[in-house]
Write a protein that binds this ligand. Structure first.
Ligand code: GLC
Length: 562
């Protein structure tokens, strides 16, 4: 069945972490003018939509995810005039702009919170979640970024605790208060009236809370994310937001949805329910993690059969209703090729391009994170002093306080930390990689000097970058790769991910090797069929004879089948 056509299903998204993209003022921090400067580059990639991480005013406790003014631009990034110019220049190039909407919490420096904490009868008191100290200690709630892991913070002026699922500087907004919801809807209208084309909604399932703050039910002990994601009025609020705001514009929405399972998926994205368009599930991002709050890496390596199952199951979830979003990294995760491919010199090229082939041949809107197009890799800091991320720094503090040896933690962070995905964009081989004239806020990966940069890859016809552009054009010129049905083949192979995409008489076969060795498979259904190779990241087609395929390490091939 073909789903209804829309621009956000056919578009390709490029996510920008503005702090790390391009500095034009020489302060070591990226800015809005830096993005304007690079719009032609982004357009040349074949991108249609930019998702911009927060650029609002913020004290940067969590790099912009702690907003102190929703309707102003962070000083380090520029001014509202810069923003308006960005939007205009994007629209002139037929690029859409999706902003980040961070409304589970604000910064503690937001004027609403400044007021709220002043007195118990302040008009803004009820904008946040407060627990009066005379009621005793509040029921346990966990916090991600708190050095004590405690989401309730005692606040002296009113002798009460406030709730913060993230850092102490990110108090949670009280959505149960209709005034809060109205303020948020007004703010969303403000941005839509300017012309922005959508929102990515930060931890959106967390917004609804049971304000009797019951003790955490046993089943959620140590596993609090599904509890946070299942607030009683979540869908009522999302539907209301849709009615009040979203439905009035031609825009796209994508929720970040930790704690949301497949059986809840359509509650968010079934068109008839009028809530969101898409969301980012967390099943893949949890595949190599053991769920422990401090140590994230799984002891045993993840298996390709698990990777395939996750994607096949989610594809089935959205087969008739809703629409998926495909991604392999973002600003909260390590680099794509280091995590899902193999960044050793021998396999880096093939695995980076194989993963591009994967995202661009699956059903669901593909999201690429800046730098992935050139195959940027994890920096793997050894030293805690090199890290900037509150998530790493506060978990490190927590361990130190508990007297636990931090060596294993650092070894873990080398691969798992968010800072791996936040190092500055590698534009060229010069000092600081063309990102900035001054020392960047986070170290640049030294491999920008070894060809891993835009300038060199633009010149090299067989670079990861040029493969990316070619693959993007293949998706754009074959509608069956966007809307066609997906079917998994060779389910149990731990070496090859093979699937077909088909729509009407258009059929494609995609073969992806995730192996460091040569891999051989036979697909008897394809015997005698005419196979036209659309692209391969290696010198040859993998097709030998009689539907026998031999793939080089990390080889990717896409065939049109007649
Ligand atoms: C989301 C963001 C992450 C941020 C957190 C708190 O998970 O993606 O970067 O730290 O929410 O806002």
């Amino acid at each position: 069945m073909k789903q209804s056509r829309t621009w956000w299903k056919e578009g390709i998204v490029y996510q920008i972490y503005p702090r790390s993209f391009q500095d034009t003022t020489g302060n070591g921090v990226g800015d809005i003018q830096g993005i304007v400067k690079r719009l032609d580059y982004i357009k040349r990639l074949g991108i249609d939509i930019i998702w911009l991480c927060p650029v609002y005013q913020s004290p940067n406790d969590d790099n912009g995810y702690d907003i102190s003014d929703y309707q102003n631009i962070m000083d380090e990034f520029g001014t509202m005039a810069d923003f308006d110019e960005l939007l205009e220049e994007m629209h002139r190039r037929d690029l859409k702009l999706v902003m980040d909407l961070v409304v589970n919490h604000t910064s503690d420096e937001h004027k609403w919170f400044q007021e709220s904490r002043k007195s118990r009868d302040n008009p803004y008191r009820d904008y946040y979640h407060w627990w009066p100290a005379e009621n005793g200690k509040p029921p346990k709630r966990f916090s991600y970024f708190d050095v004590d892991g405690n989401a309730w913070k005692y606040d002296e002026p009113t002798d009460s605790y406030y709730l913060h699922y993230f850092s102490v500087k990110q108090p949670d907004l009280k959505w149960e208060n209709p005034k809060v919801r109205q303020e948020i809807y007004d703010m969303m209208h403000f941005w839509f009236k300017k012309g922005v084309d959508g929102f990515r909604m930060d931890v959106i399932p967390f917004i609804s809370k049971d304000t009797s703050y019951p003790e955490l039910p046993d089943e959620y002990n140590g596993n609090f994310i599904p509890f946070y994601a299942n607030g009683p009025k979540l869908h009522e609020y999302l539907h209301e937001m849709n009615k009040e705001v979203l439905s009035k514009y031609d825009i796209m929405t994508v929720g970040e949805t930790p704690g949301v399972d497949r059986d809840q998926a359509l509650l968010f994205v079934d068109e008839d329910r009028e809530e969101l368009n898409m969301f980012f599930h967390f099943e893949l991002m949890s595949l190599d993690r053991d769920g422990d709050e401090v140590f994230w890496m799984r002891k045993d390596p993840w298996k390709l059969s698990e990777f395939k199952k996750i994607h096949s199951d989610w594809d089935e979830t959205f087969a008739k209703k809703g629409w998926g979003s495909m991604f392999l990294s973002n600003h909260d995760n390590p680099r794509t090729v280091s995590r899902w491919g193999n960044d050793s010199p021998e396999h880096w090229y093939n695995s980076a391009t194989m993963l591009h082939t994967f995202l661009l041949t699956m059903k669901g809107t593909p999201y690429f994170y800046y730098g992935d197009e050139i195959g940027m890799t994890n920096i793997r800091f050894d030293n805690i002093d090199d890290y900037q991320d509150i998530n790493t720094l506060n978990r490190y503090e927590l361990l130190k306080q508990q007297g636990i040896n931090t060596e294993t933690f650092i070894a873990n962070e080398k691969d798992a930390s968010r800072d791996n995905g936040r190092t500055p964009m590698q534009w060229d081989a010069s000092e600081n990689a063309g990102f900035s004239k001054k020392k960047p806020w986070l170290k640049v990966h030294p491999n920008h000097k070894d060809g891993l940069n835009v300038a060199e890859q633009e010149k090299d016809k067989s670079s990861v970058l040029n493969y990316f552009k070619k693959m993007v054009q293949i998706r754009k010129t074959h509608l069956g790769l966007v809307y066609g049905n997906y079917q998994l083949l060779v389910k149990y192979s731990e070496e090859v991910y093979a699937y077909t995409r088909s729509m009407d008489s258009e059929n494609y076969l995609v073969l992806l090797s995730f192996s460091e060795q040569k891999a051989v498979i036979q697909l008897t259904d394809f015997m005698g069929k005419e196979m036209k190779l659309l692209i391969s990241n290696d010198t040859n087609s993998a097709l030998k004879d009689n539907a026998n395929f031999e793939l080089k390490p990390y080889q990717a091939c896409v065939y049109k089948v007649d």
